[in-house]
Write a protein that binds this ligand. Structure first.
Ligand code: DGL
Length: 278
C-alpha cells in the first residue's frame, strides 16, 4: 500500500456494530486531540456466533477499508474480532499489505490490568460465544498473571438485544439475569466481572441489578484508552502520522440514518453516519 508520509490520517476504530462506540467514547475523552474514523459493520453484526474464518474475513475487509482511507493505526474495538482475527492480521496480512501500519486489539491491554482489580483472584469474564470459545482471555491471563482464576460465561443473546435496541427494555432482564446467574453459579467468590464485549457497557445498569453486592463490573473503554495513550507515547513513528483535528467521522455498512439514531444515544451527542460497502 502506497504511503504518503507527509499527510496525517485519523485513527481507525472498528467494531461489528455499535459496541466499539463504548471504546471510542473513552478514547476521545482521553485523547481528544486526534482525528478518528469509526467503522461499524452493522449490516453483518453480530459477529459473536460466526465462525473463526468468517470473523477473520470480515475484519480483514474492514481493516483494509480503513487503510484505504489513510489510517496508519486501527483499533479493533471488538473482542470477537480481537480474539479471532487480530493475530492472523498482525502476523500474516500486515507484513504483506501494509508493513508500516498497525492494528491493535482490546484483549491484551485488558488482561494486563485485570488481575490487579480483584482481591479474591477469581474473575468472571462475560463475552460473546466466539470470544469465550477462543479461550483468548484464559491464554493471555495464564501468561501475565497465572495465579488469577477466570470463570467464563458466553452471553449470546446480549449483543442482539443491543443491536436491536432492546437493551433498556423490560424483556432484556430475562437474559441479563440468566447469564449473570450462570456465571455466579460457577464460583461464588468472584469479586470482579469483566464485560469482555464492547457492547455490554450498554447493559451495565441491568447487569448490576442482578449481581451480588460488592461485585465490581469492569468496562474496557478506560483501559483501552489508557493503553492507547501509552502506545502512542512509545511509538512516535506512528503517533506523528495521526492527524490532530479533534474530529470524528462515522461509517457504517448499514443505513446511515439508523446508525446515527442509536449512536447518538450511546455517545450523548448528535451523530451522522455515512453508509459504505465493504
Ligand atoms: N463488540 C463485539 C465484541 O466486543 C461484539 C460482538 C458481536 O458482534 O457479536 O465482542
Amino acid at each position: 500500500m502506497a504511503e504518503n508520509k507527509e499527510i496525517g490520517a485519523p485513527i481507525g476504530v472498528f467494531d461489528s456494530g455499535y459496541g466499539g462506540l463504548t471504546i471510542l467514547r473513552d478514547i476521545k475523552q482521553r485523547l481528544p486531540q486526534y482525528d478518528y474514523l469509526y467503522l461499524g459493520d452493522n449490516a453483518r453484526a453480530p459477529y459473536g456466533n460466526r465462525s473463526f474464518d468468517v470473523v477473520y474475513e470480515f475484519t480483514l475487509q474492514a481493516v483494509e477499508y480503513l487503510f484505504s482511507r489513510g489510517c496508519r493505526l486501527v483499533i479493533l474495538g471488538c473482542n470477537t474480532a480481537s480474539a479471532k482475527a487480530l493475530r492472523s492480521i498482525q502476523q500474516r496480512d500486515l507484513p504483506r499489505i501494509a508493513p508500516s501500519r498497525r492494528v491493535l486489539g482490546v484483549i491484551r491491554p485488558t488482561v494486563e490490568v485485570l488481575g490487579s482489580m480483584s482481591k479474591s483472584g477469581k474473575i468472571g469474564v462475560m463475552g460473546t460465544r466466539g470470544t469465550i470459545q477462543s479461550h483468548s482471555y484464559d491464554m493471555e491471563m495464564a501468561k501475565i498473571a497465572p495465579g488469577i482464576e477466570l470463570f467464563s460465561q458466553a452471553c449470546p443473546m446480549w449483543v442482539p438485544l443491543i443491536e436491536n435496541k432492546e437493551y433498556d427494555q423490560p424483556g432484556a432482564d430475562y437474559f441479563v439475569k440468566k447469564y449473570v446467574d450462570m456465571l455466579m453459579a460457577q464460583c461464588p467468590d468472584i469479586d470482579t466481572i469483566l464485560l469482555a464485549c464492547t457492547h455490554y457497557p450498554l447493559l451495565a445498569d441491568k447487569i448490576a441489578q442482578y449481581l451480588p453486592s460488592g461485585v465490581k463490573l469492569v468496562s474496557q473503554g478506560p483501559i483501552v484508552s489508557e493503553s492507547l495513550a501509552d502506545y502512542l507515547l512509545r511509538h512516535p513513528e506512528i503517533e506523528s502520522l495521526c492527524s490532530r483535528g479533534g474530529t470524528v467521522e462515522y461509517l457504517t455498512t448499514e443505513c446511515g440514518g439508523n446508525f446515527g439514531e442509536l449512536a447518538s444515544v450511546f455517545l450523548g451527542e448528535q451523530v451522522e453516519a455515512q453508509h459504505i460497502t465493504l
